[in-house]
Design a protein around this ligand. Structure first.
Ligand code: HGY
Ligand code: MN
Ligand code: MN
Ligand code: MN
Length: 408
């Protein structure tokens, strides 16, 4: 069977973004659909029974002899990406899970409980704006009505797009039956920082995920002609947006352990010779303490209102999603650390806090959940520079197989 490196190689041409570099694989795009077909083919050739549930989550089942799926061991990750994302964020965890099935079969392991390899949709929230949408729907962590009405950048609702791809929007939402099948959830993921490189370790486990949220700031001004409108006669929302971004940096830099980012800004109408009538910018704020996050957002909102008033504009702030800080299941985390010692030359395996959100973080509020991280030599992620050495990618399979074998 093909190795993790070979599987990632086989999808390395899917969703390449020639404009941004890296990969752009938004949920239900032709690229992500192609990767879903890839997953179905790779899972089926391993004898897994593949299905897609009412929330668009894909499951590849290796049933125990009993055929019972309640309390199964579930692993997996996602195949969608951020715009211009790396090759490993998501697909590494899916490919490693498939290759771990090969290792378990080569070892002659007969699962005492069923095992499932899963693919969660819209983990990045790149198309509909809410990260970990699949796991939030599965658990009921998000209101299904809100999801049905989420819009993508060109105005398609999640209801319309999901219907087009075989889902019934009326059935979106908490799935008790599917939740009952998850006894333990383990997600393998490329590390999105430098810790393992600095620790000279190929694998680590997750300890916690920073609380994080997304807010949309909309600044309304007066659209007008760039050539006929004197500077003193303008209400230019782009000028307000620039001041907001500088204020965000100042406010977050003054708060230990805070991270605040504006990675997406959309002037309307967006013409070179047009003073924008509106500017939308999206704020991503993260901090271990939810109260501090709230205070940061409030302070940013206050500065935004001041800047808007000075420029004769108006600003509105809308919360789009929020997740509190989660700590992974301690006994499960410790068990993973023991299992992973075999892949770490017998050495103790580090437990790492992360600022990156994951479906495992959403699931941690409902089922025992844990993460395995694989070394990333660049320490960069959400960028084409994200990297995993071929040996570490292949090690991921045996590392995950060790974890799964001890849990099966
Ligand atoms: O934004 C995140 O932290 C995750 O990659 N969705
Ligand atoms: Mn990810
Ligand atoms: Mn990501
Ligand atoms: Mn003109």
């Amino acid at each position: 069977m093909n190795t993790v490196g070979e599987m990632l190689e086989s999808i390395s041409g899917v969703g390449l973004d020639s404009h941004r570099g890296g990969y752009s694989r938004p949920v239900f795009s032709s690229a992500e659909l192609e990767l879903r077909d890839w997953f179905t083919a790779e899972a089926s050739r391993r004898g897994l029974e593949v299905s897609t549930d009412r929330n668009g989550i894909m499951w590849g089942w290796w049933d125990a002899a009993s055929g019972d799926r309640a309390g199964a061991l579930v692993t997996g990750s996602h195949l969608d990406s951020v715009p211009g994302g790396g090759a490993f964020d998501g697909p590494l965890g899916v490919a490693a899970a498939l290759a771990a099935v090969d290792v378990l079969k080569e070892r002659g392991v007969e699962p005492r409980r069923s095992l499932a390899v899963t693919v969660f949709p819209e983990e990045e929230g790149s198309r509909f704006g809410v990260a970990c949408l699949g796991s939030r729907l599965l658990t009921g962590a998000i209101n299904a009505d809100k999801v049905r009405n989420l819009k993508d950048p060109v105005g398609n609702t999640f209801a319309d797009v999901s219907r087009k791809h075989g889902l019934d929007p009326a059935r979106l939402g908490r799935d008790e039956e599917a939740l009952r099948t998850i006894g333990d959830f383990v997600e393998l993921h490329v590390e999105q920082g430098r810790a393992l490189i600095d620790l000279d370790a190929p694998v680590g486990v997750g300890s916690s995920i920073l609380g994080h949220g997304r807010w949309r700031l909309s600044v309304e001004g007066q659209g007008n002609h760039a050539g006929t409108t004197l500077m003193a006669d303008r209400a230019d929302p782009m000028v307000v947006a620039a001041q907001i971004i500088l204020a965000i940096r100042r406010i977050a830099a003054a708060q230990d352990d805070a991270r605040a980012t504006v990675g997406r800004l959309q002037p309307v109408p967006g013409g070179t010779n047009v003073i924008a009538s509106r500017v939308d910018l999206w704020l991503d704020v993260r901090h271990p303490d939810d109260a501090v996050t709230a205070a940061l957002v409030e302070s940013i909102h206050g500065q935004a209102q001041k800047a808007a008033a000075f420029e004769g504009c108006a600003v509105t702030l809308t919360e789009e999603s929020f997740s509190s800080t989660v700590h992974f299941d301690a006994p499960l985390q410790r068990q993973l650390q023991n299992s992973l010692r075999r892949s770490n030359a017998g050495n103790q395996v580090p437990a790492l806090p992360t600022g990156a959100g994951h479906d495992a973080g959403v699931l941690a509020g409902y089922v025992p959940s844990a993460m395995v991280y694989i070394r990333n030599p660049t320490g960069i992620s959400h960028s084409p520079e994200e990297y995993v050495e071929r040996d570490d990618a292949d090690l991921a399979a045996t590392a995950l197989a060790d974890v799964l074998e001890d849990l099966l």
